[in-house]
Ligand binder design. Sequence first.
Ligand code: ZN
Length: 465
Amino acid sequence: MTNVATLDFIHTNRDRYVSELKDYLAIPSVSALPQHAADVKRCAEWTADELRRIGLENVALVETAGNPIVYGDWLHAAPSTGSGQAAPTMLFYGHYDVQPVDPVNLWESPPFEATVRDGEIYARGSADDKGQIFMHFKAIEAHMKQQGRLPINIKVVIEGEEEVGSVNLDRFVESQKDRLKADVVVISDSAMFDRGVPSICYSLRGLVYFQIDVRGTASDLHSGIFGGAVVNPNMALAQMLAQMKDKGGRVRIPGFYDAVRPLEAAEREAWEQLPFNERQYRKQLGAPKLFGESGYSTLERVWARPTFEVNGMIGGFTGEGAKTVIPAVAMAKVSMRLVPDQDPDTIAKLFEAHVRKVAPKSVEVKVTRMHGGHPWITSYDNPYVQAASRAIEQGFGKPPVFCREGGSIPVVFTFQKALDVPCVLFGVGLPDENAHAPNERLDLSNFHNGIVASAILYDEIAATR
Ligand SMILES: [Zn+2]
């Protein structure tokens, strides 16, 4: 049970939280643009000062080859009385860097002057991710101010390069496994299922990405003089790609589905109950008709089934007018979203073997593997996910739905691999809050309920022992 005084403290400090968050949002910590390097540094220092203000210890700016990582902890939680076991340790991860603001003329108010309109705070970084990390800072502060202590041990890691690939974070986590040791990782950097539908995401898809280069001849050829004597690389590539997927939307790479974890009956039933309007979804996308693997609903297709996509194709003459040419080369970029328990390396090998099999002898084919990542899943009956579920129910007045996400958050796999502990995605953004786009915003009632839920979460995690 969370102490009443702690929760009262949160309710009475509502306005102060918003004005402090405005100061945080005023720092243009755009990691992608070199002209903001000093702002990024200033934002790291602001974050470190804030960690000290709320009562964390061992606060440090960890220098990296890029932007500093801000670290702080508080490790004096009492062992639980009955069991004599040590109190659990939570590692909280977030990022203080933000996306660029272009096109800035589409913003209704300046991106770094946070403005409240209709219960939402508009600024770059409000939802992604400063608002969501600030929610935890204030929950920690409330416990420290009212109780002088925290119910669990907490380690906080706030990086400044999430929007540019987290390269140095990966190295930091890998090299500091002992320092970061924890029982659970909590991340608040995602959206809930819908307005008024708090959720916990328990699975993400992975990715493999390839470039395919096809060469037919040494140079482009006149289609009148040579047409009929050689293969056309555009046609060869199109025919190869056409053999990757059947008309029912099923990927034809042999072995592709072997490791796919089937959906559980309970999951399918739960997702059917979600407030998902397929007609509205189709209209929003401007698609004449939805299409996907037969036998699965739309949510199942995007959350729990792997895909094969052609991201781009280029070859031959694409200018104005007509030019009769047989191109020498054609190129495509393709990717596959992966689901548990598909392994990116295995899928990459299967894909390359299939490309070799379907490639005609009349062309040279080169396959280049690009970036990618592992899929992630955690069982939603693990005690920490259940603790988060109880915290959300108390903070938001209704229990969360459990959902998966079609995209990838690489840092989740980084922590999972290095620390081998469950990860709880505790996000309070909304899907239409324009993270990465103009007019990014955060709903202030979700922000406030999120502070309450975070404060309760720490007690609920303590109660797992
Ligand atoms: Zn983010």
